[in-house]
Ligand binder design. Structure first.
Ligand SMILES: O=c1ccn([C@@H]2O[C@H](COP(=O)(O)O)[C@@H](O)[C@H]2O)c(=O)[nH]1
Length: 224
């Protein structure tokens, strides 16, 4: 069975992304490419990374009016990513149109509340209630729209799975015990996230900033 770990290659440097992916490829299940990589390297960069033979998670977190998101996804169709993200707060019509525009084999998953935010950040945006409430509200919306799943922290995944047993749950903000949190606020260990029901784990800096990324990926894998 392939590893649930997707390594987040957050760099504008294609050669660095390729070098890290090559080193960790036997201990991860896929590669996550986000805005930083895409802004620098575009579709051709994604194609080059796909040549490594691992599934590609294109984490562009699309968020705009339904027509714009659908057209952007159509432009991405030739890349056939395994997973593609949009923001749940874009609303039901946007989520429905995103799913309709995506290739058949692509899982469309909606970011609920970024793992870098906590209850007080949410309050500052004028939304009442806890991060947990907000994630569940947006998980319900995502489920009703017919997409494949959500992105949430390991703290909410068990509750989200209860209302959406067949959902696909992407969990970033995972840190090995005593790991550096950096800008992440809602975190769990990889083991806790999996036990709670995560489908895949997104791990970036704990692997990519390690002196030996391959060793770091193996060490995380050994805890699962
Ligand atoms: O809520 C979210 C959604 C996406 N991410 C992305 O995951 C990785 C996490 O990187 P780390 O270095 O392990 O913190 C990064 O690419 C984010 O864009 C997230 O963290 N939280």
């Amino acid at each position: 069975m392939s590893s649930p770990i997707y390594v987040a290659l957050d760099t504008p440097d294609l050669e660095r992304a390729r070098a890290i992916a090559t080193r960790v490829r036997h201990h991860v299940g896929g590669i996550k490419l986000g805005l930083e990589f895409f802004a620098a390297n575009g579709r051709s960069g994604v194609r080059e990374m796909a040549e490594l033979g691992l599934p590609i998670f294109l984490d562009l977190k699309l968020h705009d009016i339904p027509n714009t998101v659908a057209k952007a996804i159509m432009a991405l169709r030739p890349l056939e990513p395994a997973i593609l993200t949009v923001h749940a707060s874009g609303g039901r019509a946007m989520l429905e149109d995103a799913k309709a525009a995506a290739p058949q084999g692509t899982k469309v998953v909606a970011v609920t509340m970024l793992t870098s935010l906590d209850d007080s950040d949410l309050a500052a945006t004028g939304v009442a209630g806890s991060a947990h409430d907000q994630v569940i509200r947006l998980a319900e919306l995502a489920k009703a729209s017919g997409i494949d799943g959500i992105v949430c922290s390991g703290n909410e995944v068990a509750a989200a799975k209860k209302i959406w047993p067949k959902g696909f749950f992407v969990v970033p903000g995972v840190r090995p015990a005593n790991g550096e949190l950096a800008d992440q606020k809602r975190t769990t260990t990889p083991r806790q996230a999996l036990d709670a029901g995560a489908s895949i784990l997104v791990v970036g800096r704990p692997i990519t900033q390690a002196e030996d990324p391959d060793h770091a990926a193996r060490a995380i894998e050994a805890t699962l």
